[in-house]
Design a protein around this ligand. Sequence first.
Ligand code: ADP
Length: 486
Amino acid sequence: MDSKLKILFAAAEVVPFAKTGGLADVAGALPKVLVEQGHDVRIVMPRYGSIDGAKYGLRPIIGPFTIPHGKKEIKISIEQSDAIAGVPTYFIRNDYLYDRYSLYGQPDDDHRFIAYCRGMLEMLPQIDWTPDIIHCNDWHTGLVPVYVKTIYAANPALRDIGTLYTIHNQAYQGSFPAEVMNLTGLPLGLFTWDKLEFWGQFNFMKAALIYADIVSTVSETYAKEIQTPEYGEGLDGVLTYRKKDLYGILNGIDYSIWNPRTDKLIPAAFTPEHLEGKTACKCELQREMGLTVAPKVPLFGLISRLSSQKGLDLLDKVLPALLTDQVTQVVILGTGDQYFHDMLTKLAGLHPEKLAVVLKFDNALAHRIYAGSDAFLMPSRYEPCGLGQMISLAYGTIPLVRATGGLADTVHEFEPQAGAGNGFVFTSYTPKALRMAFGRALAAYADPAQWAAIMQNAFQCDYSWETSAKKYLEVYKKIRGKVPVT
Ligand code: ADP
């Protein structure tokens, strides 16, 4: 077997083209590192109307061709960008399906992502390139393993492709009414409880879990958690059934983007040895957010989708008293559930000098918050991997997290005696446990020697992609061992 692998990385969002969450960060970073390690890696994603074609140099490479779609055919074309150095990115273009105001949440998402899965496989003979592995990510790609093993099982160009399916969030499964079976073009006989049917519904994620050669998720702890009813979102039985083929590989972060030495989006650079720049970032953030400019007041940042997954319901119960009783400040950047928008807006109105809330998606502001905060809040109910805690560590901003999923694997409670640990961690999902974690963080902050120690521990953490990429390569090679090459 050739040690150089050909990998098609399939993801519905990819930095820098389109992003709503961590999946896009992963899809923009892991392929680059695999290329640096000598592999031929390409990406495929939908050509959303929101992508700036001129900025990223998108160009048509394959003119319109038809692909099967339900009982009909639709036309797609292929565009390419080389904006990610060394990683050709292919875009499946069909303006009716993808030229929309948002990436997901459209009533015809079933159509959109069935066409994406089918389209990428039909694209391969057109570009005359057959990958060894298609690395599928999240439910939008869930039909690829099924198609390879059924409709294309006799197609010499596609039948030997191995598939890895990575779960970035167990809660988003792509569940649709049973009639979707007709759209997929798959034999109706596959709609059974042990294959594609899931409690009467058609479920993209279940389809992938059954058909992918190997399944992975984005941290070791989450790989164990999703096999339990508490975290499995109904699919814990299927995941337990596949547990011999289920791996947990932690995401990394891209230190060329998240680096306080070189970050052009923050007001002042800093290093672990020279922290004056961090103080400048903090004061500038306080000024920008309309908070009292006070370098010695502890400042907590939070950058997140505003949903109960992210622990916003716990903060709802804890923040009012914290802001009333403690000398502290909080900056929150996020969008999400209207309930939390209203809750935070109201609270900020009560404490304008202590709480600043910005309800939008703003990458540059996110950089300024990571750099200017003292501590970073992630009290998540569940967290497959979490990037925010790893990014904040790179900026010497100390994470306060709940011990779940990737947060449990990357943040360890600070022990004042030993001087070990890089954050503050609570376990039970209760306001009391979160309050106590705030208490420990504030106590450590009050002692400059302790805070200096914990910051240095944070700066030493290394969650670069190189380590994780090696683990993915081992998994790809296992898949090649499984797939009968004819
Ligand atoms: P998830 O994928 O569940 O949303 P992650 O922690 O894995 O959470 O990744 C979230 C990513 O999105 C991080 O890079 C974070 O900085 C970024 N992010 C989340 N909300 C915002 C926002 N409102 N503005 C800018 N960046 C955001």
